[in-house]
Design a protein around this ligand. Sequence first.
Ligand code: ADP
Length: 311
Amino acid sequence: MIEAKNLTMYYGPTLALDRVSFNAQEKEIVGLLGPNGAGKSTLMRILTTFIYPTKGTAKICGYDVTTDPLSARKVIGYLPENPPLYEDMRVDEFIDFVGRSRGLKSQLLKQRKEWVVEATKISGIWKHVISELSLGFKQRVGLAQALIHDPKVVILDEPTSGLDPIQIIGIRKLIKDLAREKTIIFSTHILQEASAISDRLLIIDRGRIIAHGTTSELRRDKEGSNSFIVAIQAPKNEVEAVLRGLSSVKNVNFLEEVSGCQRFLCTAIDYGDAARSINGIIKERGWFVRELALRELSLEEVFLGLFKKAE
Ligand code: ADP
């Protein structure tokens, strides 16, 4: 549904995107995660044909965004960071206007309006003037205008920014529901947001994709895969000396004592080697091991690790 190849964008001398490539499949939710200024909006503006890339190509449902932008636009629904609303119109007037601009007429326009009202839950404010709506409802109306023409691909730039927690939950649910029928790409600088909604994450920093994958794939990132926890029932000094003496273990950090067991967080050069050595020593000394396991990194740790590496 989305195919981007080597997208590069310069604003004058500023390199905002640097050879970005990725694909998105049907009914997939792809989260674009990165700090402010990473290039998320630039990428979205290129995909929605608002701006043309300096180099590289992108296709939406097979339509090239630079050589066939009108066809691409027909299959895209776009919600920019600030919803494009005519504040002095009523919601019903505005959605009707956008629908007509999209070429919808009579029965089909009526059906689509009914669908977006239901999908974005705006029936209660249907006759309200947009300027009088809360931010959460403005966002919903922004979504309704993005969906009126039944696009296959929906592109949402920071869809929950500025919303309160209840509104955020509502918009997240709406995005998840939409993904049953559509391909969605959304941007955020909030880690929890990205992992809560997306099937797959693209992590972007200074214009480059520095990692991609599902949250569990990212957690299994090689860099972090050798951290492990070991808890042994024996005197702390002895356990620590043994762990530090192992050639397959790099770092040893004491965490806590739990029911007589000394719990350490270690980094191995090779976890398999370290675990075999520890098991051997435990048997030899008759110690009791309560815990010996690879530690799954939190997403925060993965994220920080990636940015450190990129720097
Ligand atoms: P994000 O959406 O991740 O915050 P942007 O795509 O807005 O990032 O910006 C990426 C980089 O491009 C930043 O360094 C930003 O200052 C720069 N930039 C964005 N838009 C323009 C513009 N219209 N003119 C010049 N520089 C821009």
